[in-house]
Design a protein around this ligand. Structure first.
Ligand code: B1M
Length: 210
């Protein structure tokens, strides 16, 4: 018999097939779709985030859990009107122009979704104007930029400057991350924050929205 607790446990264990079975069983037994998301899928992912932060879980395990969670969310989504999807806020995320690395960014995306954010993932090699257009289109609360190359780091400042030029800088928080990024660099270019890993990125975004 599937329960929200056992569903959360399956997410933690990264068992995608089991998550799907349990979500289907919960739907069939009349469970509230929003409860399936928040008390089952997201609750499990919150535990994963905390374990990852403590060093008790590692990137491949986190990715497996996030994939299992996403598979569950896909099954529940059709039952929920878009406006009813629980969301802490909207994050526009992308790897900056010239940067094709996406493993870390995808991890951050999945953890943010697991943490309850609506995430608009623009993908890789994203020029400033695409970030700006997405912020406007989706009324984003947070802009999240990833860079893995020292040569693409300056593109982050270009986007922050463009946000200011467009009069959007006070309306959004900017988080940056990626292997070469440091707190010093974040301060230098005027970002609101830097996160060394995906779990801390979620914590920081939650702090801003709270
Ligand atoms: Co690239 N690459 N790569 N590469 N690659 C690095 C980054 C490099 C350090 C390797 C090295 O030389 N030791 C080096 C950069 C050197 C530098 O700039 N100083 C490098 C290079 C040089 C290159 C090419 C130029 C190689 C070439 O073609 N000559 C080329 C550039 C392509 C381009 O982007 N234009 C290139 C290409 C590639 C592949 C395509 C082969 C592949 C990417 C595949 C993909 O992403 N789909 C690749 C890979 C895999 C790497 C390494 C080996 C691994 C990166 C990774 O995914 N790590 C990398 C070496 C390394 O980092 N050890 C390397 C795992 C991932 C989970 O970590 O992304 O750091 P990471 O994410 C972390 C945190 O940083 C944080 O959260 C994650 C953990 O929770 N985080 C954020 C990430 N984004 C965040 C955003 C946030 C907050 C936190 O908020 C927005």
């Amino acid at each position: 018999m599937a329960s929200l607790e056992s569903l959360a446990q399956s997410v933690i264990s990264g068992r995608e097939a089991q998550v799907k079975e349990q979500v289907k069983a919960l739907i069939d037994s009349g469970s509230n779709p929003l409860a399936i998301i928040s008390e089952g899928l997201i609750a499990g992912m919150n535990v994963v985030g905390a374990s990852f932060k403590k060093g008790d879980m590692f990137v491949p395990e986190v990715l497996r859990s996030a994939k299992a969670m996403s598979a569950g969310i896909e099954l529940v989504k059709p039952l929920i009107a878009d406006k009813d999807m629980p969301s802490l806020g909207t994050v526009v995320i992308g790897a900056v122009q010239g940067d094709l690395h996406d493993i870390g960014k995808n991890l951050v995306t999945m953890m943010l979704e697991g943490g309850g954010f609506k995430v608009i993932d623009l993908g890789i090699d994203i020029p400033t104007d695409k970030f700006i257009a997405a912020v406007k289109e989706h009324n984003a609360h947070i802009v999240a930029m990833a860079a893995l190359l020292t040569t693409t780091m300056p593109a982050m400042k270009e986007t922050i400057d463009a946000l200011a030029k467009e009069g959007l800088r006070d309306k959004v928080k900017v988080i940056i991350g990626g292997a070469p990024i440091t707190q010093d660099f974040s301060d230098q270019i005027g970002a609101d924050g830097y996160a060394p890993d995906a779990a801390i990125a979620v914590d920081l975004c939650k702090e801003w929205i709270a």
